[in-house]
Design a protein around this ligand. Structure first.
Ligand code: CDP
Length: 207
């Protein structure tokens, strides 16, 4: 079974994807980490985020096993990921790795922006997770503070709005629900309730 989870920043898609993967015993790929890691290489090299050639080389050189999530989850890297994620050549360089992941014999759970539309249009279940910008900003501010970053809510809300615009407005794989995706609005749901709702969608699809 392939489960595709897409949605905007801090919608809860990562948590839902992880929980579903654990529940069904499937491997999970957080595809946002690929874009974050690509941006990280460019920043570490002192290069520019819009240097297409360097960004493609960085994307091609990624090794899934070497990700240091702690270094990739910060605010700066989320923003940088959304800049490199808008480069069509970078997206193309990351497609094979993601599609390969879907070919695991038991299936897989992937979360991102274009899983149901581009990476795995054949997915058995597609869920588009969303929530109001205000709720997402609150969640992201809490998460970043938990990581020790000093952030304030208005700045994070501003980040979220700009990122929504960039992710949905780009020409390469814009953020949008697949035609056959179920929309799951988590604005008023806590983690447990969101997971239960996602599980109900999977169970319904599987008949
Ligand atoms: O939770 P959040 O959205 O902040 O983080 P993420 O899922 O790691 O995504 C970071 C950025 O990477 C997004 O804003 C997208 O621009 C980009 N991304 C993408 O373009 N395609 C994906 N499949 C995953 C992430």
């Amino acid at each position: 079974m392939i489960v595709a989870i897409d949605g905007p920043a801090a919608s809860g898609k990562g948590t839902i994807a992880r929980r579903l993967a654990r529940y069904f015993g499937l491997p999970h790929l957080d595809t946002g980490l690929l874009y974050r890691a690509t941006a990280r290489v460019l920043i570490d090299e002192g290069g520019r985020l819009d240097d297409v050639e360097a960004a493609v080389a960085a994307a091609r050189g990624l090794a899934l096993t070497e990700f240091d999530e702690e270094k990739l989850r910060g605010r700066e890297m989320g923003e940088a990921a959304s800049v490199v994620g808008a480069i069509p050549e970078v997206r193309a360089a990351l497609i094979d790795m993601q599609r390969h992941f879907t070919q695991h014999p038991s299936g897989a759970v992937l979360d991102g922006r274009d899983i149901g539309t581009i990476i795995a249009p054949q997915a058995d279940v597609k869920i588009f997770v969303t929530a109001s910008p205000e709720t997402r900003a609150q969640r992201r501010a809490l998460e970043l503070r938990g990581r020790g970053e000093a952030v304030n809510y208005p700045d994070i809300l501003d980040d979220i709005r700009k990122r929504d615009e960039r992710d949905a407005g780009r020409s390469a794989a814009p953020l949008k629900p697949a035609a056959d995706a179920e929309i799951l609005d988590t604005t008023d749901l806590d983690i447990e309730a969101a997971f239960r709702a996602a599980l109900a969608i999977v169970e319904k699809k599987r008949g």
